[in-house]
Design a binder for this molecule. Structure first.
Ligand code: PPY
Length: 353
């Protein structure tokens, strides 16, 4: 793992705010990748990492992902992400204290970074941050926010899976299509539910086996052990947990026709999109298909869109994917590279204009 200073020096983003929170021992990294299209925005991830450098590396990559996510979704925000690297997940007063001190750090950025939920953070946490300053999307509905983004991310992925099936098989129908949802947290669990209701043959997998088992029992679907999820024969492999699960080590083992899920940073490296293409596997680029949550929180709170308009934007994720797939074909490149090119064009147009 490169050092903190090597990571920042190699990064193509704008700014990193670093704080060490002495009372909890947490490291706070606010990563602002780009403000070219507007103020930077992105969720706050709370997680136990092996080292501060590992946490920073995660934040830097996630922030860059937000830049392309907003650019492709056509929203006037830049990419950012914050990571709270904690020695263990705090609860009670310890958690509130950390969140308050983190809120002061956000406040010092005076609106050039806006945050929301990410792994291990909830609307209740955002309510605490909101007591210090207004730079939050997705606080609880009880306190006037738009609430958790997970269900909307899941809906966007659902539309994206249908668009991917249509591209691969000529029909978006879910009937009888076998889909493995890998990771059944707030997004994966809802996605599994939508797919099962839509007629797909769903299987679920999670490193937390009880969680997968409980969901499977509730939906009447099968469980696949986490250790063999990658090798599971299916039509759609939907990664919905941590990133980096698709790599030169795992891609040769895949036995699916489509990769389409909600996780951020699914590919360990950009070249992995080429490996998927060589294997004839259609990859729905993560930052295109998983934009539903960000679209929802931002549209509901900053843009004042109503439910219908938000729903149309979620369906629009399918249309955007169709555009990416067509472009990949026309240019003879992977879908990952086609989506990157689309984002780059939008960013360049904003700079020129
Ligand atoms: C993500 O899509 O990964 C997010 O971080 C979602 C988000 C972004 C900005 C505000 C709220 C949620």
């Amino acid at each position: 793992m490169p050092s903190v200073e090597e990571l920042i020096a190699a990064w193509d983003g704008e700014e990193v705010l670093v704080r060490h929170d002495r009372p909890t021992g947490a490291w706070i990294f606010v990563c602002i990748h780009s403000r070219r299209l507007g103020p930077s925005a992105g969720g706050t991830r709370m997680k136990v990492y092996g080292s501060p450098a590992e946490a920073l590396a995660d934040g830097l990559r996630l922030a860059a992902g937000m830049t392309v996510k907003f650019a492709v979704a056509g929203l006037a925000f830049g990419g950012g992400k914050a990571v709270l690297a904690v020695p263990s997940l705090p609860t009670g007063d310890e958690r509130v204290g950390l969140l308050r001190r983190y809120a002061e750090a956000i406040d010092s950025l005076r609106g050039s970074f806006l945050t929301g939920c990410d792994m291990n953070t909830t609307p209740a946490d955002l309510d605490v941050i909101f007591e210090t300053g207004p730079y939050v999307f997705g606080r609880s509905r009880e306190s006037g926010g738009s609430g958790e983004p997970g269900p909307y991310t899941a809906r966007g992925v659902f539309h994206g899976i249908r668009a991917s099936l249509e591209r691969r098989f000529g029909s978006p129908a879910l009937d009888g299509r076998r889909v493995l949802v890998q990771g059944v947290g707030s997004v994966g669990a809802r996605l599994a539910e939508l797919l099962a209701a839509g007629g797909a043959e769903v299987a679920v997998s999670d490193v937390a086996e009880e969680r997968a088992g409980a969901l499977a029992a509730r939906l009447g679907v099968r469980v696949v052990p986490a250790a063999v999820a990658v090798d599971f024969r299916c039509d759609v492999y939907a990664p919905c947990a941590v990133g980096g699960t698709l790599s030169s080590a795992t891609i040769p083992s895949l036995r699916c026709h489509v990769v389409a899920g909600s996780a951020n940073n699914q590919l360990a490296a950009p070249e992995d999109a080429d490996l998927l293409r060589e294997r004839g596997i259609l990859y729905a680029p993560d930052f295109v298909i998983n934009a539903g949550g960000a679209i929802y929180n931002v549209a509901a709170e900053a843009l004042g869109w109503d439910g219908d308009r938000i729903e149309r934007a979620l369906e629009g994720i399918g249309a955007t994917l169709r555009e990416v797939f067509a472009r990949a074909d026309a240019d003879g490149v992977s879908t990952g590279r086609a989506a990157d090119a689309l984002a780059r064009e939008r960013l360049a147009a904003a700079t020129a204009g």
